[in-house]
Design a protein around this ligand. Structure first.
Ligand SMILES: [Zn+2]
Length: 196
């Protein structure tokens, strides 16, 4: 596959009649002709089309309407679909599944050299998972408003995060028992740990 990376400016367009104006701030404006080179745009759209195709196939197969891909240097490393109801796993969102599959495949918990493409804007859980996985960039197509119209309303969770503990619909109750800090002390003192 033709390899190039806009942000790194390592690609060669000399033989191609394409317009490209690098933007030092990166690719901020989705679809803007000045921020994307044509090849990038095509590839990114194709990854998103693949994510949407996965979502469509998943609905057909009895799963939720979401699909995601992890891409490293232009290569699709892993895919994921929403498997909540089939696996009886409320955390089995497409993005989380794609992250799990990519980490298994690459043998790492750090996906900082990978991008994620999702059929829909990630929910708060996946948003956090993307940060924990250190994904370098996220592309999505449908918005959380689109998802809400289909019955997947995550704005409720965003509003819960902002609330005080005692105002949340799930009570979060701190019980400060004496040894609560012991695991952290043990972690700090351990010399042969795997930091992350
Ligand atoms: Zn999610």
């Amino acid at each position: 596959m033709f390899h190039h990376e806009c942000a790194m400016k390592t690609f060669d367009l000399r033989k191609r009649k394409m317009q490209y104006e690098p933007n030092p701030q990166g690719e901020r404006k989705m679809g803007s002709k000045t921020d994307f080179c044509y090849i990038c745009c095509m590839a990114k759209n194709q990854y998103l089309e693949r994510a949407i195709r996965l979502a469509l196939q998943n609905v057909e197969a009895g799963g939720g309407p979401f699909g995601a891909l992890v891409v490293k240097e232009g290569v699709v490393i892993a895919e994921g679909v929403n498997d909540v109801t089939r696996q009886n796993d409320p955390t089995a969102h497409a993005e989380v599944q794609a992250i799990r599959n990519a980490c298994q495949k690459l043998g790492t918990f750090d996906l900082s050299d990978c991008e994620l493409y999702s059929s829909c804007e990630p929910c708060p859980m996946c948003f956090s998972a993307l940060y924990w996985a250190r994904i370098s960039r996220v592309y999505f197509s449908a918005t959380h408003q689109d998802a809400a119209q289909a019955g997947f309303n995550d704005s409720f969770i965003y509003s819960e995060i902002r609330k005080k503990m005692e105002q949340r619909s799930i009570p979060f109750i701190r019980l400060p028992i004496p040894e609560s800090e012991a695991p952290f002390r043990q972690w700090i003192e351990k010399n042969d740990k795997t930091p992350y």
